[in-house]
Design a protein around this ligand. Structure first.
Ligand SMILES: [Zn+2]
Length: 584
């Protein structure tokens, strides 16, 4: 999930609010506040071809998505599959989706191999979480053919497993998606006291289509922390890599966009059924729309398709350029992109979220996608924002998640400290490669400023490597996980050099492709690349991820916020006043 870019918007907009309140003026006079981070983004028009308008799903291809572990050919090194396909769960889904009313009626069969999923099988069922309409219906639940009574509590379905052996689960589910708020986007000003989970609106219907993230019951990794109540911060992904075949039936004229590959299309009685297949993916999320058109490019053997509204076609070409350049860089640095297609979709986002990753697909919020926020260019100029750079940063952050949470999985509620800081660090790698002159400014703006802003809000530093449930507000989560934690990789680079750091990350991908990792695996992979610095790497992980040295390790006085962070840290009463004024 990309909270940070959009959070930067919110934080900077909040900074504008501060200015309006006069508080910033006080701060400036007291502490010499600087202004403008000087980020200068450059728009790039990719040489992309535009797919036929309104074309449904993938143009026909001779091959299905590459089996896990087969190099996509975009990079130089193969990704070794682990675990092997025989140890991956398989999903067979048939679902009818009615876009007008948002109804979903599905039949699901999951084959869970021995040793996968744990003694009890748990499935994430977002549609049954609080705030999703309360109309989720489950029926016909069987385990190995025997009818069972499912335990469905909040967003977690639990089924007893007869024994640790291969198990087949079947169920039927239906629900109606709620209408999302198109205005969510990045303008959700103060939400720190809101009880809304960040994942709201990942499963919702909008004017431009249906966003169907976490839309069917997905097996949760046996070691993952999974609570029925949604965490307020962060995403929910915690599924082992699996193989999915889904038959999705929609009215004629609608596209079904997913992280898989369309292998068959059939039409009957005004309805079209698309067969989507994804291999080595954790979840097959969907966007169903009759409004989006695709811009298509090839990167090596990978087809990159960017879906946008017709009005945002120019932005789609820019985004396509970001993605194709980023894919070449990340494939070289981390290992080949393993799937044959990637769909990038302009989609409404929850308030305060800039983008959302799936496997073989990611979504980008309209303002990050276009690099514009309607009616706000004046404020953007006032606070020194460069929306195009922020949008580019968001796009490549989401792209990087194809490696960090896609190929290499994590439990996002338990170990979010692995994938988000790596996605942040990777976005910076991209900028140093593609826009070296502005990389330092953009990275400071996209990363460390979240920490500085958190301290300006008088939020204390804290441990990064902890469950997302433990973060109680947006500022702390953004500041510590997105703002501070990526600094670990810079600190390690200073010790072992960039080449060995990348070799370590490449090794992490090679050793754990299609598996799940924790922070310990990250440390082990980096140590393997630089055994002479093994102890320092472990010490740095502890310092950045398990302790609270942010104020020593991050210069609170650098960047556009000037000395405000230091001033707030040293003047608790002033910080308290500021929080009251801002309703935090
Ligand atoms: Zn992210």
């Amino acid at each position: 999930m990309m909270n940070d870019g959009s959070r930067q918007h919110r934080l900077r907009i909040r900074r504008a609010v501060l200015a309006l309140l006069g508080t910033a003026a006080i701060a400036a006079s007291a502490a010499g506040c600087q202004s403008s981070d000087g980020a200068r983004g450059t728009a790039h028009a990719g040489g992309s071809a535009t797919a036929p308008s309104g074309s449904a799903t993938a143009p026909s291809r001779s091959s299905t998505s590459a089996p896990a572990g087969t190099p996509g050919g975009a990079g130089s090194a193969a990704v070794r599959p682990a675990p092997d396909p025989a140890r991956r769960p398989t999903y067979a889904i048939s679902a009818t989706v009615e876009p007008a009313g948002g109804s979903v009626d599905g039949q699901l069969t999951v084959h869970v191999p021995q040793g996968v999923g744990g003694d009890q099988l748990r499935f994430r069922v977002l549609a049954n979480a609080d705030g999703y309409g309360g109309n989720f219906h489950l029926s016909g639940t069987t385990v190995d053919g025997k009818q069972v009574e499912p335990q469905l509590t909040g967003s977690v379905l639990t089924l007893d497993r007869p024994a640790d052996k291969a198990t087949t689960v079947e169920m039927r589910f239906r629900y109606t998606m709620q209408k999302g708020k198109n205005s969510g986007g990045t303008l959700g000003l103060p939400s720190s006291k809101s009880s809304t989970s960040m994942v709201t609106q990942l499963l919702a219907r909008f004017d431009t289509g249906l966003s169907m993230g976490h839309w069917y019951p997905a097996l949760i990794d046996g070691h993952a922390l999974a609570r029925p109540v949604l965490p307020k911060e962060g995403d929910l992904g915690a599924s082992p890599a699996g193989d999915v075949t889904a038959h999705i039936t929609v009215p004629n004229g609608y596209s079904v966009i997913s992280g898989g590959v369309n292998t068959k299309t059939s039409t009957k009685s005004g309805q079209t059924t698309y067969t989507q297949e994804g291999h080595g993916i954790r979840e097959l999320s969907l966007v169903v729309s009759n409004q989006l058109v695709a811009t298509q490019q090839r990167v090596g053997n990978v087809t990159v398709r960017v879906w946008s509204t017709k009005a945002d076609g120019a932005a789609a070409k820019r985004v396509s350029g970001y993605v194709t350049r980023g894919m070449a860089i990340f494939s070289k640095d981390f290992g080949s992109y393993p799937w044959s297609e990637l769909n990038v979709v302009e989609a409404p986002m929850p308030a305060g979220v800039g983008g959302m990753e799936w496997q073989g697909m990611f979504w980008v919020g309209p303002d990050m996608f276009t690099g514009e926020i309607a009616g706000l260019s004046g404020i953007a100029d006032l606070v020194g924002m460069n929306l195009q750079s922020t949008g580019e940063f968001t796009v490549v952050h989401e792209l990087a998640h194809q490696w960090w949470q896609g190929i290499v999985g994590v439990d996002q509620t338990g170990t979010g400290v692995v994938d988000e800081p790596l996605a942040q660090y990777s976005a910076c790698l991209y900028f140093h490669d593609v826009h070296p002159a502005e990389a330092n400014d953009v990275c400071a703006s996209g990363i460390t400023m979240s920490y500085q802003m958190m301290r300006t809000m008088a939020e204390p530093d804290g441990v990064a490597d902890r469950p997302t449930y433990d973060f109680t507000n947006d500022y702390a989560y953004a500041g510590i996980v997105y703002g501070k934690a990526p600094g670990f990789y810079d600190a390690v680079t200073k010790v072992i050099g960039n080449d060995r750091l990348l070799a370590g990350l490449h090794r992490l991908v090679a050793d754990h492709a299609f598996g799940m990792v924790t922070g310990r695996d990250v440390v082990t992979a980096l140590q393997a690349a630089a055994p002479d610095h093994a102890r320092e790497i472990a010490t740095l992980w502890t310092r950045w991820m398990d302790q609270d040295h942010g104020d020593q390790d991050i210069d609170l006085n650098s960047g556009p916020l000037g000395n405000i962070g230091t001033m707030m840290r040293d003047n608790p009463d002033l910080a308290k006043l500021l929080r009251v004024l801002l309703g935090i």
